[in-house]
Write a protein that binds this ligand. Structure first.
Ligand SMILES: *[C@@H]1O[C@H](CO)[C@@H](O)[C@H](O)[C@H]1NC(C)=O
Ligand SMILES: CC(=O)N[C@H]1CO[C@H](CO)[C@@H](O)[C@@H]1O
Length: 513
């Protein structure tokens, strides 16, 4: 798979032409090819799959702490203590990757499995061994590891010190990143620094809907955002200067971005502004020409802070040096995308939100259309044209960066006849191909998820896997769903065929992979 790496590094020269949105009337009877060399993978995260929460020297992280001290803050009062036991069953996981014919597999490292004290004074060999085993098993079969350094499981010790709101987190994260690059950088060519800053900062520190369940709205999420971005940039530059092996490896950030569609043309400006708040706050400092937080955020939050009696803006400022450090600090735009919202702003959206808060700062409201196909997650409806518009927006707004779709997927309840998931993947890949045809530089696609896993506050109630996991069996038996067969066919043929009906009797490993 090394041959594909060059693709990522080529500075994009194609121009994403501004044309009107595609009509949805397309001929779906002819299979549609993906670009030559296009990469397909699947994704998981450490806390959601590994289990082994306290084995072999691993110490407590914020999700261990939350689920042990406040178990029923999670919908089914479950936790990731065992999850699907990938800590023991990694060989079966790699077998599934081979069955699907994946080019790469994205997983995350557990900080406290590698550094029990949170700091690099002592490295936990057993934890390192687990990741070496997994990586080596994948490489044996030509499956490239894509490693996320941070997928939400901060050491609990660091949380006691304020976690992402403490500016020292920049050094803590950079030290941990350097250890990971030293340990695995010889074999790992794809790195993701941080997964989904919005969920970490807004949900973790502003809205209290994710660990560490802190609700200091309108303040803490912005402190987190600044520190997280600087930490990301510092890790990027460490890799760039000390580890990038003759240009072979790439490193970037994964940003979660929904599309925001204005309800009427008069909401267009408001939708643009909301998008700058929702995820532009993380993308603009890195991918825009000017750098820094989006101007609309700086102005709006400064003005509101003054009105509200704060002596300075609730949005911390970057120094000149930090702005420079952040600009361009990602080799690709890692995009996690799931759904779309409709936005409106009028008299009824003013003054309805808690003050101060992120949504009061935005000052608009969103909803989803009831007729859109619905998953098992309340926030996730299928709106493929939103994916197309989002990819076009990223291309136009940030000078057509190489994009890796680092997550995209659909939830169901249990059951292996997952036609809703099959439809979602086909429609979203079709929309992605529309964007690629327009010149958007999308180079890889990652399905979330390889298998069912611990879905954070939803526990095991919402299933995202191509493979179903039986949490009642000691072996955590994994069974391919219909979508696994469809995804396998897409990868094998490198084309999207709406007419393909899989024979779901037997999943095999194809020769030559
Ligand atoms: C604002 O827009 C929403 C959504 O279209 C509508 O339901 C509501 O009546 C409007 N309110 C005002 C005061 O215009
Ligand atoms: C292989 C292995 O370690 N399996 C474990 C999976 O989880 C069950 C349920 O807790 C354990 O009993 C098994 O030992």
């Amino acid at each position: 798979m090394i041959r594909h790496l060059k693709l990522v590094l080529v500075i994009s020269t194609s121009i994403c032409l501004l044309v009107q949105s595609k009509t949805v009337n397309k001929d779906r009877n002819t299979p549609r090819p993906f670009p030559k060399g296009f990469l397909f993978g699947t994704s998981t995260a450490s806390y959601q799959t590994e289990g082994g929460w306290n084995l072999d020297g691993k110490s407590e992280n914020i999700w261990d702490h939350l689920t042990h001290t406040n178990p029923c803050s999670v919908k089914d009062c479950s936790n990731g203590d065992i999850a699907n036991d990938s800590y023991h069953l990694y060989k079966r996981d790699v077998e599934m990757m081979r069955e699907l014919g994946l080019h790469f597999y994205r997983f995350s490292l557990s900080w406290t499995r590698i550094l029990s004290s949170s700091f690099p004074n002592k490295i936990n060999d057993a934890g390192v061994q687990y990741y070496n085993n997994l990586i080596d098993e994948m490489l044996k079969y030509n499956i490239e590891p894509m490693v996320t350094l941070y997928h939400w499981d901060l050491p609990q010790q660091l949380q006691l010190l304020g976690g992402w709101t403490n500016p020292h987190v920049v050094d803590w994260f950079a030290d941990y990143a350097r250890v990971a690059f030293e340990l695995f950088g010889d074999r790992v060519k794809y790195w993701v620094t941080v997964n989904e800053p919005r969920q970490i900062c807004y949900q973790g520190y502003g809205a209290a809907t994710m660990a560490p369940l802190i609700a200091i709205p309108g303040i803490a999420e912005y402190m987190c955002a600044k520190n997280l971005l600087v930490a990301h940039a510092k890790a990027y530059h460490i890799y760039d200067k000390e580890f990038r092996d003759k240009g072979a490896g790439v490193i970037g950030i994964s940003i979660s971005a929904d599309w925001i569609e204005p309800e009427t043309p008069k909401d267009t400006q408001a939708a643009f502004e909301a998008l700058q708040f929702e995820w532009g706050q993380y993308a603009h400092p890195i991918f825009s020409e000017a750098g820094d937080f989006p101007p609309v955020m700086k102005e709006r939050i400064a003005a509101k802070s003054a009105e509200q009696g704060f002596p300075r803006s609730r949005l911390p400022e970057f120094s000149k040096k930090e702005i420079e450090m952040l600009r361009g600090s990602s080799d690709f735009f890692g995009l996690n995308h799931y759904s779309t919202n409709i936005l409106y702003k009028n008299a009824s959206t003013q003054g309805i939100f808690e003050k101060p808060s992120f949504y009061d700062d935005i000052g608009a409201a969103t909803y989803q259309r009831p007729e859109w196909p619905t998953s098992a997650s309340f926030w996730l409806k299928s709106v493929p044209w939103g994916f197309y518009k989002l990819l076009r927006f990223i291309s136009d707004e940030y000078n057509n960066p190489p994009v890796i779709i680092t997550e995209n997927g659909w939830s169901t309840l249990t059951g292996i006849e997952d036609d809703g998931r099959v439809a979602y993947y086909r429609d979203y890949l079709d929309a992605m191909l529309d964007a690629i045809e327009d010149g958007c530089e999308v180079i890889a696609y990652t399905a979330w998820s390889l298998m069912d896993n611990f879905e954070w506050m939803q526990g095991y109630t919402e299933r995202f896997g191509l493979y179903e996991v039986d949490y009642n069996s000691p072996q955590r038996t994994r069974t391919p769903r219909k979508s696994a067969f469809v995804y396998k066919q897409i990868i094998r043929t490198n084309q999207l065929d709406y007419d393909y009906v899989p024979d779901t009797n037997e999943m095999t490993i194809d020769e030559g992979h």
